[in-house]
Design a protein around this ligand. Structure first.
Ligand code: ADP
Ligand code: MG
Length: 650
């Protein structure tokens, strides 16, 4: 039945669509450049936009930060008529409408945050056709006033954002999403419908298509890898101290600290405040008012550190979240990836660091065994759910212990193939490095051979290190050719190399009461090879500096927050170019009462630092600077960029 209706509807729309299609192919690029200041579409965006422009339904499944909004906003701006966006949260709507207004697009939201008078006025404006894009809460759709407007309005597109809210399987189920098809059926003319979500599970995806009654939708699922995110797991004894150390090194940045319980949120937030950090908190136990106020403070960077439970979620559209720290390990990888994924939506580098402790496993086990959420589930079904939860907890725990590439582990979990080395997680970057052990292997094998293969590992290693102990002297090992050749290495490291050579069949130890180190054939061959014929031997080893923190902060300094391509010469005492631009952004944001990241994103500021544009034309080539934003803020930023370039010349 649904399919038949769809077919008739599609036929009736055919001519209408052809008209739009021919008109619009180049329009989308123009809009992308003029309004958003971007030159190209990201993975998945263009196909979704094209299908919407052709009047077809679409379903876009893309990770957080991939740029779903643009997929319905661009067609919205191409179409002559109005685009309705159904969105579940007031804060999301406000944020998006603010962003659109910043870009010079007339947009509005209709939800319960408006007084009755404001609501009527907004609807009147909508009737006059003043808004291109209107965000609406699902509860409003079937109300008399709204329907009366919608039935008579030229609606070309309905976008359902956070479409997983229609599914009872997700944690964000919103019954009013189920009313969307009824609303669509009341419209004079069924518009194209686009559904968007970051939830990838099959059940949820099928639910979206079925419950929203999408007509043969074009569906896109883009890869889940977010290359700008750095992943790390830490096992600090004192987690709070670890977090404070991180925050000290990232003083001016904004981020979220997730805790498992309200109590932890309270404790961590209170301690941070007393230690002088501008933190705020969010959990389900706070009043609506406080939650809203705290979220705003976070959005406007007044309290750049948010300490929260997982109740703080969908509402975060803030693009300059530079870190997501987990004070506790979440219950499964799905939750972790979703929460961590709130970092770096602007595409600039961001850190996702999980502070693990064994206690987190116990807490989660307790939650699983005592969870009463699924009250309708009985004996066997309940046990099955718990079994699954336990399995997922196990995989989350493995993540915290693996020495493999963390990104690879995650992508494999979500059914994708990663490479075993991403170069941007703690395991790839810090814990391990590949080192050349050719010379040490040579000396170890050489010493074992030339001393007659009569000694155990300890004696050989002592010889290499140039020890003066009795045994060495008594055995004349201090006269061995290799005596002291590895005196710069630690005994622990030499033992690792020795173990590596044993594991790889270069050496072996006998089974005797006093095990003797012997050279095997492979070792003999290696030792006999010289010059170009000798292969380079490598081994993965824990970094000797053991340093995680230093590396992370260096990496950030170099990569993210002090781009210095043109500015290497500026004096160390003065603020970095990024800081200078950021201060300007803060001042402008205050004056205009908008969150700083809506003036320009961190990524745009970074690009400005590197490009230091000197003219309007150059400024317009900076990603994220569109014509309309330039008119608003461009001149002030241009002025500062010119000054920075001059400073640079000295
Ligand atoms: P999502 O809803 O998928 O989580 P958003 O729509 O909020 O993501 O977009 C995240 C960020 O990506 C925004 O800052 C947006 O401006 C940026 N973005 C979207 N599309 C592009 C693009 N084609 N080029 C550069 N940045 C983009
Ligand atoms: Mg979104």
């Amino acid at each position: 039945m649904v399919i038949n209706l769809c077919a008739i509807f599609q036929l009736s729309q055919f001519f209408y669509c052809v008209k739009i299609k021919t008109m619009n192919t180049s329009a989308k690029y123009e809009i992308l450049k003029t309004f958003y200041g971007y030159d190209s579409f990201r993975d998945g965006q263009e196909a979704l936009i094209d299908h919407l422009l052709a009047g077809q339904d679409v379903c876009g499944i893309m990770p957080t930060g991939a740029g779903k909004s643009l997929c319905y906003q661009v067609p919205g701006l191409v179409f002559d008529g109005i685009t309705l966006v159904i969105s579940p949260l007031i804060s999301l709507m406000k944020d998006q409408v603010r962003a659109l207004n910043q870009m010079g697009v007339h947009a509005a939201y209709l939800n319960s945050s408006l007084t009755f008078g404001q609501y009527k006025k907004a609807l009147a404006f909508a009737r006059e056709g003043r808004y291109k894009i209107i965000y609406v809460a699902p509860e409003r759709l079937l109300t008399d006033e709204f329907l009366d407007f919608a039935i008579h309005a030229p609606i070309d597109l309905v976008a359902v954002d956070e479409a997983h809210c229609v599914s009872q399987w997700g944690q964000d189920f919103r019954p009013s999403y189920l009313k969307i098809p009824e609303f669509l059926s009341k419209l004079a003319h069924r518009p194209a419908v686009g559904a968007f979500t970051a939830t990838a599970t099959r059940t949820v995806r099928e639910d979206i298509i079925r419950m929203l009654e999408l007509c043969d939708p074009f569906t896109t699922v883009t890869g889940f890898d977010r290359q700008n995110l750095y992943f790390e797991v830490r096992h600090d004894k004192d987690k709070y101290k670890g977090i404070v150390n991180y925050l000290i090194k990232h003083r001016d940045q904004s981020g979220v600290i997730y805790c498992a319980t309200r109590k932890n949120v309270e404790e961590v937030c209170e301690k941070l405040l007393s230690d002088g950090f501008a933190a705020t908190r969010y959990h389900a136990g706070l009043s609506d008012q406080e939650r809203q106020a705290n979220q705003e403070a976070f959005t406007y960077d007044e309290a750049p550190i948010m300490v929260a439970t997982n109740a703080f979620g969908m509402g975060i559209d803030k693009s300059n979240v530079r870190f997501v720290l987990h004070y506790n390990m979440p219950k499964n990888m799905e939750s972790y990836y979703q929460e961590a994924g709130r970092a770096g939506r602007d595409g600039a580098k961001a850190d996702c660091i999980l502070f693990y402790s064994g206690q987190d496993v116990i807490t989660n086990q307790f939650f699983i065994e005592s969870d009463r959420e699924n009250e309708e589930l009985t004996g066997e079904a309940l046990e099955q759910v718990r079994h699954q939860d336990r399995e997922r907890l196990k995989k989350m725990t493995y993540y915290c212990h693996t020495t493999d590439c963390l990104r690879d582990y995650m992508l494999r979990y979500f059914g994708e193939y990663g490479s075993s080395y991403c170069g941007n997680c703690s395991n790839c970057l810090q814990s391990f490095e590949t080192i050349d052990i050719t010379q040490i292997a040579n000396d170890l094998i050489g010493c074992t051979l030339t001393s007659g293969m009569r000694f155990g590992i300890n004696t050989i290693l002592d010889t290499l290190r140039g020890s003066k102990n009795d045994k060495i002297r008594r055995s004349d090992l201090d006269e061995n050719h290799f005596y002291g050749s590895c005196c710069a290495e630690t005994i622990v490291f030499l033992r690792q190399v020795c173990n590596h050579l044993i594991q790889n069949d270069y050496l072996t130890v006998t089974d005797d009461q006093y095990p003797i180190l012997r050279v095997k054939e492979k070792g003999l061959t290696f030792f006999a090879q010289t010059g170009d014929f000798r292969p380079v031997l490598t081994m993965k080893a824990a970094r000797k500096d053991g340093g995680t923190e230093a590396d992370v902060s260096n990496r950030n300094a170099a990569g993210t927050h002090s781009p210095s391509a043109k500015t290497g010469k500026s004096s160390a005492a003065s603020a970095s170019p990024f800081e200078t631009l950021r201060s300007l952004r803060t001042a402008i944001a205050r004056k205009n009462h908008v969150p700083p990241y809506l003036v320009f994103s961190d990524k745009t500021l970074e690009a400005m630092c590197v490009m230091l544009p000197q003219t309007k034309e150059e400024m317009l080539t900076v990603p994220g600077v569109g014509e309309l934003k330039f008119q608003k803020y461009g001149k002030e930023f241009l002025q500062v960029c010119r000054e920075l370039a001059r400073e640079d010349e000295f």
